[in-house]
Design a protein around this ligand. Structure first.
Ligand code: NAG
Ligand code: NAG
Ligand code: NAG
Ligand code: NAG
Length: 487
C-alpha cells in the first residue's frame, strides 16, 4: 500500500513538472485554459522600465507574489528585449498563476511610424524574434500586433497592415511549429473608428483575421454605471462578435480614489457572457499617476539615478507597496467576481460564430476597400521565412508548478500616502450615447516607461534551461522506475 501511494505521489510530481501551467487558447469568442475552463483576464499593465521589465527575476518574484494576492492572473508588457533571457521572470509569474500578454512591437517597429503604415521585413524580423522568445513559455497567453496604431478615420488606411502583420506572424509561428498563441490588437476607445472592430475580423479568408480584439478604455470613472459609462454601447457593438474581446487597458483616474466598480459589470451578468475581462492600467506608480503600487517615496521629477533604478523621480525596483485605497479596492472587487463561464466542450459543440460584413469603403471616411488584397511584406514573400533577429534567442521553459486559483492574501504592505497626480487626458471618447462619459487615455505612449530613459543596469537572470527540465524529468522518472521495480 505504502509503495503504491509513494508511486502515485511520484507520478503526480512527474505530471506536475510536465504540465506546469495550463495554456490558453481560443474557441469561438472565448478564451479557454487547456484544462477546459473559460479564462477571464484579470490583468495589470506591467512596464517598470521601458526596455524590458521581464529580465530581473528577483523583481518579478516580488511583484508576481503581490499580484497573486491582488487576484490578478495576467500582466500586459508593452516592450521586451527579444534577445534577453526571460526564463526567471516567466517562471516567477507562472508559479503565481499569471499569464503574459506581450506587445510584439518595439519603439522603432510600430506598424505606423511617422504617420506612414508599413509592414516590412525589418519589422517582421523584429516581431518574429519576440515570438521566438515568448512562444517557449506555457504562460504566454497572447500577442498584441499593435497598440493604438490608428485613432482617426484619416488613418483608416493603416488597418490592413495590422492584418498583414498578423497573417505573417501566424504563418511564421506555424512554420516553426509553435503552439498556437492568439494574436490580437489593442485599440483606442475613441468612438471615431467604429468600423475597425469589425474590419479586423471580417475578411472571408480566416487567416486574414485577428484572433482577438481588445480595447483601451477609460470611459467608466468613479461611481458610474453600465448605462452612464457607455459600457452598454460597447456590449451592444460586440453582441455577436466572433472572437474574444476584452479591455487591454482600463481604470479611469479622474474621480479618485479608484473604486473599480466597473469590474462588477465586466465580470458580472452585464458583460461576462460576451467580454473576457480587463487589464488595469497600471502596476507601477509613475508620472501619469495610474499606479497600484510604488517602490519608494516619490522624488523630484528631475531625479534619474541608474544605480538605484530611479527614473523621473520614481523608483522602479524593490518591494512593491500597495497604494491605498486603490489596490485594496481592486482586490475586493476581483475577490467577489469569479464567473465560471462555459465548459469548453459543451460550448464548442454549440457555437455558431459568423464574421461580420466588412465595412464598406467611404470616400472621406473609412477608406479601406474590403475586397482589395492585403499589403504584402515588402517584396519578400512570406514563404522565404527568415528567423527572427540575427543571434540566438535564449532558450527557456516553465519548470515550476503553478499555484492553483488566486485570491486575496495577507501580503499587503503598509498604506501609502502618495497623492494622485492630475490625469493626463488625451484622445477623449467621443462616441456612444452618454454625454457624461468622462474619459482619459493612458496609453503606453503617454507613460513615463515609454520615454527614453538612458542605460540602466539590469541584474542577470537565472537560467532555467531545457537541460534543467530534462534533468529534473530524468531524475523523477528514475525514482518512479525504482518505485515500480520495488513494488
Ligand atoms: C537585450 O538583451 C541582450 C542579451 O541579454 C543584451 O546584450 C542587450 O544589451 C539588451 N538590450 C537592451 C536594449 O537592453
Ligand atoms: C533594416 O535592417 C537593416 C539591418 O538590420 C538596417 O541596415 C536597415 O537600415 C533597416 N532598414 C530600415 C528601413 O529600418
Ligand atoms: C489566405 O490569406 C493568406 C494570408 O494573406 C494567404 O497566404 C493565403 O493564400 C490566403 N488563402 C486563400 C485561399 O486565398
Ligand atoms: C444596439 O443599439 C441599437 C440602437 O440603440 C438598438 O437598436 C439595437 O437593438 C442594439 N443591439 C443590441 C444587440 O442590443
Amino acid at each position: 500500500m505504502a509503495g503504491i501511494r509513494l508511486f502515485l505521489t511520484l507520478l503526480s510530481a512527474l505530471l506536475a513538472v510536465a504540465q506546469a501551467i495550463p495554456t490558453i487558447s481560443i474557441t469561438g469568442s472565448k478564451f479557454f485554459t487547456s484544462d477546459g475552463k473559460q479564462f477571464y483576464v484579470k490583468g495589470v499593465a506591467y512596464q517598470l522600465i521601458e526596455d524590458d521589465p521581464l529580465v530581473d527575476t528577483a523583481q518579478c518574484q516580488r511583484d508576481a507574489a503581490l499580484m497573486h494576492t491582488l487576484g490578478a492572473n495576467s500582466i500586459r508588457v508593452y516592450h521586451v528585449n527579444a534577445t534577453a533571457d526571460h526564463s526567471g521572470c516567466m517562471n516567477a509569474f507562472a508559479q503565481n498563476g499569471i499569464y503574459i500578454w506581450v506587445d510584439l512591437d518595439s519603439f522603432k517597429t510600430y506598424i505606423r511610424l511617422d504617420d506612414v503604415p508599413s509592414w516590412t521585413q525589418n519589422k517582421s524580423d523584429s516581431y518574429r524574434a519576440v515570438m521566438d522568445n515568448f512562444a517557449q513559455f506555457e504562460n504566454t497567453a497572447g500577442f498584441f500586433i499593435g497598440n493604438e496604431v490608428l485613432n482617426s478615420l484619416q488613418d483608416s488606411g493603416s488597418a490592413p497592415y495590422l492584418l498583414s502583420a498578423a497573417a505573417d506572424l501566424r504563418a511564421y509561428g506555424e512554420s516553426k511549429q509553435y503552439r498556437t498563441i492568439p494574436i490580437g490588437y489593442s485599440a483606442t476607445d475613441t468612438g471615431a473608428l467604429p468600423m475597425l472592430q469589425d474590419y479586423l475580423v471580417c475578411r472571408p479568408n480566416a487567416t486574414e483575421r485577428l484572433d482577438f480584439y481588445a480595447l483601451n478604455s477609460y470611459r467608466w470613472c468613479g461611481q458610474s454605471s453600465f448605462q452612464t459609462s457607455g459600457y452598454i454601447n460597447l456590449l451592444n457593438a460586440s453582441a455577436n462578435y466572433p472572437v474574444p474581446i476584452f479591455f487591454s487597458e482600463d481604470g479611469c483616474i479622474t474621480v479618485p480614489p479608484r473604486t473599480f466598480t466597473d469590474q462588477a459589470a465586466i465580470f458580472g451578468p452585464d458583460m461576462a457572457d460576451t467580454w473576457s475581462g480587463a487589464i488595469i492600467y497600471e502596476w507601477i506608480q509613475e508620472t501619469n499617476a495610474y499606479g497600484l503600487i510604488q517602490y519608494g517615496p516619490r522624488q523630484d521629477a528631475s531625479v534619474n539615478d541608474d544605480s538605484s533604478s530611479i527614473i523621473e523621480g520614481f523608483t522602479r525596483q524593490g518591494t512593491p507597496t500597495p497604494i491605498a485605497p486603490d489596490f485594496t479596492n481592486l482586490q475586493s472587487q476581483w475577490a467577489t467576481l469569479n464567473p465560471t463561464g462555459v465548459d469548453s466542450k459543451a460550448y464548442a459543440a454549440t457555437i455558431k460564430t459568423t464574421a461580420p460584413s466588412c465595412p464598406p469603403f467611404t470616400a472621406g471616411g473609412w477608406t479601406v476597400d474590403p475586397s482589395a488584397a492585403l499589403p504584402t511584406l515588402g517584396q519578400a514573400a512570406i514563404s522565404g521565412m527568415t528567423t527572427g533577429l540575427p543571434g540566438t534567442i535564449p532558450s527557456g521553459s516553465i519548470t515550476v508548478v503553478a499555484t492553483t486559483g488566486s485570491g486575496p492574501g495577507t501580503e499587503n504592505g503598509p498604506e501609502s500616502s502618495l497623492n494622485p497626480i492630475s490625469s493626463n487626458p488625451d484622445l477623449p471618447y467621443t462616441g456612444g450615447s452618454s454625454a457624461t462619459a468622462a474619459s482619459s487615455s493612458a496609453s503606453a505612449s503617454s507613460s513615463a516607461t515609454s520615454k527614453a530613459a538612458g542605460v540602466r543596469t539590469i541584474s542577470k537572470p537565472v537560467n532555467f534551461d531545457e537541460v534543467t527540465v530534462f534533468r529534473t524529468f530524468m531524475a523523477l522518472a528514475g525514482i518512479s522506475l525504482g518505485a515500480m521495480v520495488w513494488l
